[in-house]
Each structure stands twice: as C-alpha cells, then as structure tokens.
Design a protein around this ligand. Sequence first.
Ligand SMILES: N[C@@H](CCC(=O)N[C@@H](CS)C(=O)NCC(=O)O)C(=O)O
Length: 153
Amino acid sequence: MISRKPVGPRGRSVEGRVASATLAALTESLPMPRTILDESRLHPAIRDSVSNFHADIVHNVQAAATSNPVLVVGMAQNPHCRRARKLLDDAAVAHQYLEYGSYFSQWQARGALKMWTGWATFPMVFVKGVLVGGADNLAKLVRSGELKRLLGE
Ligand SMILES: N[C@@H](CCC(=O)N[C@@H](CS)C(=O)NCC(=O)O)C(=O)O
C-alpha cells in the first residue's frame, strides 16, 4: 500500500502549512483530499435519502461548531470522548459538548456526522469551526501549545 503525507497544491505538507496559515485561510485554500461518490453516480431515487440523512443533526453540529470556539462532539460511554473533555478542562479551555447516542444507540446519526466530516471516530473536536481530529490529535495540540495559539490566547 502506498502511504504518503497529504500535500497541498504547492508541494508543502499540510502540517507545515498549518503552522503558517490561519485555520480559515487553510481550509479555503486546500482541495478536498478525500474521494467521495460523484453526484452523477447517485440514482435519482435515492438522492433525497442521501441529502436528508440526519440532516438536522449535521446542521446542529455545523451551527455549534460555528458559534463555539471549541466544540466536542461525542457519544456516551466512549473513553476517548471523556479524555478529550478532560484535556480541555485541564488546560482551562471552555468547550461546548454535544452527545449523540452510545455504543448501543444512534449509530446512524453518528454515521451522518462521519460522512459529513470524513472523520470515522468520536470524539470529533472542532476549533474555530475547523475539525482538528479526535482526542489523540487534541492532546498533541494541547501539548505543543498550538491549541491556545489557534484560539488566540
Ligand atoms: N484515536 C481516536 C480514537 C477514537 C475511537 O476509536 N472512537 C471509537 C470508539 S472507542 C468510535 O468512535 N467508534 C465509532 C462509533 O461507535 O460510532 C481518538 O483519539 O479520538
């Protein structure tokens, strides 16, 4: 299997560019790195199902990610969600928390969020409206001081 670091249009690694760009500028300038099914490959009979699949929940998360500097989207029982929230609490970073189901419920709703973000697990952590990943990714941002920089503190 070929594995390579994601590289932006000018050949610099995404990580390298994160350091020098604001989050908003970064997300505007990068092309979508993930393959998604072309709309022309969706049978007309399922277009509505695809476009409305738990759209209310996706909209809730979009709105919360926009209106809160830090948002954690999680699920009950998941230790990584607890870990992410503790990392933020320990770093004295206030956050909004939205929870969708548990290991036993709401897997479809979480599926809609996964399809929207392309991030396959919970928690999903947003900083200033930008998905920064899960608990492991957040831990790195906290450790390096990058989180506070992103928040302008
Ligand atoms: N490395 C990830 C681990 C997160 C993870 O593996 N989460 C699992 C549960 S333990 C998950 O979200 N499963 C999907 C689901 O149940 O919907 C992180 O640090 O956030």
